[in-house]
Design a protein around this ligand. Sequence first.
Ligand code: ATP
Ligand code: MG
Length: 240
Amino acid sequence: IIVCKDVNKWFGSHHVLRGVSLEVKRGEVIVIIGPSGSGKSTFIRTINALEEIQKGEITVNGIRLSDNVSDIEAIRKETGMVFQQFNLFPHMTILDNLTLAPIWVRKWPKSKAEKIALELLERVGIHDQAKKYPGQLSGGQQQRVAIARTLAMQPEIILFDEPTSALDPEMIKEVLDVMKTLAGSDKTLVVVTHEMKFAQEVADRVLFFDGGNIVESGPPAQIFENPEHDRTKLFLSQIL
Ligand code: ATP
Ligand code: MG
């Protein structure tokens, strides 16, 4: 469902992605790990065209990413993203946060959008908060709202960029539990995270990023218990 070929990105003269190639199958759960500054965020942001690439090719759900605005819009409809900092609209209720894009982008009637939004809030365990504003919720609840908001657009693919890094420890589990449920669904997930236990439990494949490229990839058991490259070993010894 995602095909990246020789993806290269420069910020000015800084070569940040150095020929990344990756194929992700529909329904697969990919976890990306790696040191700070290795290009993990930049890479997943290229998948939904939040970052432009200078060389290489990206195809998402059969759509080849180019400068074409309608292609970019089509890819963004299929590709939801959840950020470290939730990025909810602070002046809108939880329910309005969830219905905004379905009403404007999917052109759903308000009643349909609200019905689905409430079902999703139920699924992430916070349907009783629908009329509140983001600032009235805990971080863990806000992140679950952000996940529900992404799901409201019914994307095939969800990209997560360190979704639990801004949370207090006691709230991490409730967000990871929602993500685990998603991992068991037919959605395709690409998750940048430092939660190694989550990676071990739910990833189909773990990618170790370093220096703007995938150094090593494989099933979690292989990467965590039997890494091949010294850089992977060093990284894991520092964080595990
Ligand atoms: P972290 O674990 O800290 O989130 P990361 O692996 O996600 O790191 P990126 O955020 O992708 O790393 O950054 C890769 C490199 O690109 C870094 O050297 C960073 O400074 C640089 N970079 C990222 N965004 C920009 C930008 N908008 N302009 C210039 N340089 C950038
Ligand atoms: Mg990052």
